[in-house]
Design a protein around this ligand. Sequence first.
Ligand SMILES: Nc1ncnc2c1ncn2[C@@H]1O[C@H](COP(=O)(O)OP(=O)(O)OP(=O)(O)O)[C@@H](O)[C@H]1O
Length: 592
Amino acid sequence: MARRPLPRILSNGSAPLARSRELARTAADSATDVLHPLITITRGLRRLASAGRRRWVDTPKDRRGALLFMVASVVLVVALAPYGPLLAVITLMAAAAWQGRDRTPSAPDGPDASQAQRLQSLYDALVPYFSTAEDPEPLYAHGGDWTNTFSEYEFDGTGRIAHLVIRYPAYFTDAEPESRARIEHLLGAKSGRGREYHFAWDEEANQLTVRVLAPLPTDIAAQPFVTAPGETVLGFTDPTGVQRTLPLTHGAHGEERRDVPPVVWRTGIRSTEPHLLAVGQPGSGTSTLLRSIALQALHHGDVVIVDGGGTGEYACLTGRDGVLAVECGLTGSLAILEWAAQETERRLIAAHRAHQAGDPPPEDTRRPLWLLLDRPSAFTHLAAADDRKDPQSLLQVPLRHGRPANVTVVVADQLDSLDALGEPVRQHTRARVVLGPATAEQLAAVLGAPPHTTPVDQVPPGRGYARLGVGPVHRLQVPATPDPYDDATSDAHRQAVLDLLPPRTTPADEEPERLEPGRVEPDAVNLEKAAREKVPAAAGATEAEATAEQAATGAGVETTTPRETVPEETVRKETVPAEADVTEAAVAESSS
Ligand SMILES: Nc1ncnc2c1ncn2[C@@H]1O[C@H](COP(=O)(O)OP(=O)(O)OP(=O)(O)O)[C@@H](O)[C@H]1O
């Protein structure tokens, strides 16, 4: 049945309606105040009556006659006594008022003894930081009282502070990161370790708000994310940090559905942070982040992977549709990165020509190309030892000019190898991620700003912080995207990753062998593996070079070629000089 619309006066929230609603509410409140004694007496009479009924029911039948006789005698005496009925009514009303009073215990006004003790000890701990000898009316003083300084507080079920608003004197140097860090460290320690705290400094009001953060969910597995082209989900964060949520499945078998706030990184022509740098301690989950990005990138673009770690963690991507190459050796990496630099230039030239002619950019310049590099610093050392070119030097063009050419660079490396990263990498990767344990200085150095939360003692893999350009620092949990070929991977997670992999376009026997964990020596990267691939001669790496590399390292070099789809003319260096003038113009234009 069709629902009848409400009368207009009820359905729209006009001002007169709001006023009348307010009037009605005030009238109801006043009536409740006036009628309160009557309500109390009525409630008391009801309680007295039910008490009398209960008494009657509880009295054994043989005694009921005597009880009735006694009540009747009392009634008779009262009726005959002077002012008896009047006194009886007054007594009954008084008894009813007493019985009908509101007996719900009122909520305690302040904290209980142990909570007050906690607040007092916090106050005492803050005294040296928030007071000076010259202050004639100190807000914080030894032996002082916390009630003037903590305007709001909440405790959790275990009696620990969950929320606190702290007033501090205006002369406290709240603009200085060191001063803030001292207070944050102290509050974190005094309020209970093992939890994460968020600190919001209101410099205008001289007020600090401390909030305990719930742990980020660690049970979100790789899955198709509902995002627009050009958007990549780096991971998940707090609801207060971002406006948007993504519908996701949780749990070991994806049994639960929930909306979770993501950290979304936008790439492409209009991106202000077109390239990303992710760093972390070994085992913190940077390779997992790269795998997660690769799986998302493959929806709309092509991917090149350069794996300096050489643990074979990207083998599942080899030969898949859209994966142009998965390189683990120095020669192959140099070759594919050289091609990528030339491809960036080709795209710029083509787009520039189209602009000149007033045409839209050609189709083949618009498909996103992703260069994902895991531990390129390992190749830097190898190249220096072998007197070869550093693959990072080939990233200059994609990093500087990748944005208009739809080329995105993602570099993952270890925190202690930051110095080995080239200047272009550090300068052009404005999206930053730090995973795993890191000191406040390391976080500030990589992210460009300290996070507003305290670090946790136990950091799960994939946990860290992300900052896009000059935006806020977000807590981050990367979705679990493990290597499906790793024996330690759970079946559910393995299946989730396998489901996201595009179909293979290269025959399986073209794939590199899987590395046996026991056979890999950390320093030797994966150079132990037999040379089984043809290095693309056109891309500048000759057979002779490959042989020289093998001879120098005493080991084989594994490389894989870019997929057949890589246009030959884009790989050949000879095609570039003819257009050099156009390249320079396009490059100059894009950099301006
Ligand atoms: N987001 C995540 N959720 C669950 N587990 C994760 C996550 N990220 C990483 N892991 C697990 O942590 C371990 C290390 O991850 P990963 O190889 O990605 O780290 P890494 O930083 O690349 O370390 P390394 O450089 O030593 O390879 C793996 O077992 C992986 O499955």
